[in-house]
Design a protein around this ligand. Structure first.
Ligand code: PMP
Length: 311
């Protein structure tokens, strides 16, 4: 790994830069954001052929780093993409990128593309994958959403069929989610509820969905067409540790409309209460007691569970 010490460093093109521009790690080399370039023949760009992860660090702790890297490895394995380095090396690269940017609280994007090829689909024509790590400040939903809850809407675009592109894979092919996001935004909502092809609740465009009914926390099984969210699993673990019953259950929109509470989970969003779906008020119309308890327990977990680094 080519490592440039200090804030002044030589970029690939030999330019000396002392700016505070974000440094990214591209194929093992640290370069300023504006100089990080890959080919327009990369199949990640041409076909969405690649995998990625969104990870988060809290006060110098990278939350569930190993779990994210395992998910990346599994997504890559399924699309027969060989990761360019070991998971341990990836972990080191991520930590080093955070340190270079002096970020204690950050969002980390790890991407592996199929690499540069020709205009055909054949992945075998791509010689080597491109790998990059971006660490940046995290942009959250407005604080009021966490305090008062948010409103979401069901959109016409259904989640990808597990038999086509399994939503369990975190690939660069996110158009299914983007179309749903556009539909939500066209109706002035920030997040979309996506059903699967059978009409069962799957997930949101970038978050998993939970309800609380009669004090039981419930979330759809991922085989119905949802990502196996790391935050989703963390919440299920936290619920069990706090003696809150939690189960995977097939859910319909009717179940959501008549839930006592609803919330979404994701690395960027964390745990966010939902108080209205398709115009129906959920429970009291305010973030529920169980949701607030889980939000607080999750917050505590992020302060102690993770891979530690010092700047
Ligand atoms: N579903 C989708 C479609 C996602 O993209 C994400 C990640 N943003 C999630 C769920 C939540 O997963 P995680 O908790 O691992 O971030």
């Amino acid at each position: 790994m080519a490592i440039h010490k200090g804030s002044s460093h030589k970029s690939k093109r030999g330019l000396e830069t002392t700016s505070s521009e974000l440094l990214v790690c591209l194929n093992g080399e640290f370069v300023p954001k504006s100089e990080a370039k890959i080919s327009i023949f990369d199949h990640g760009l041409l076909y969405g052929d690649g995998v990625f992860e969104g990870i988060r660090s809290y006060n110098g702790l990278v939350f569930k780093l190993k779990e994210h890297l395992i998910r990346l490895k599994e997504s890559a394995h399924t699309i027969m993409l060989k990761l360019p380095m070991s998971l341990d090396q990836m972990e080191e690269t991520i930590i080093e990128t955070l340190k270079r940017n002096r970020l204690r609280d950050a969002y980390v994007r790890v991407v592996v593309t199929r690499g540069e090829g020709d205009l055909g689909l054949d992945p075998d024509n791509c010689k080597s994958p491109n790998f990059f790590v971006i660490t940046d400040k995290i942009v959250l939903y407005p604080e009021s959403f966490y305090r008062n809850g948010m409103e979401i809407i069901t959109v016409p675009t259904v989640r990808n069929l597990p038999e086509a592109i399994n939503p369990a894979l975190k690939t660069l092919n996110y158009l299914n989610n983007i179309l749903a996001k556009i539909e939500a935004k066209n109706s002035n909502y920030k997040e979309a509820l996506m059903l699967n092809h059978q009409g069962y609740v799957a997930e949101c465009t970038g978050d998993n969905v939970f309800i609380v009914k009669n004090s039981i926390v419930q979330t759809p099984p991922t085989y119905l067409g949802a990502l196996r969210g790391i935050t989703r699993q963390a919440i299920m673990d936290v619920a069990l540790r706090n003696d809150i019953p939690c189960q995977e259950r097939i859910l319909t929109r009717h179940d959501l409309y008549n839930a006592d509470e609803c919330f979404l989970t994701g690395t960027a969003a964390e745990v966010i209460p939902v108080v209205r779906i398709d115009g129906r008020q959920i429970g009291t119309g305010k973030p529920g007691k169980t949701t607030r308890k889980l939000m607080s327990a999750f917050h505590d977990l992020t302060r102690k569970d993770g891979v530690r680094y010092t700047l």
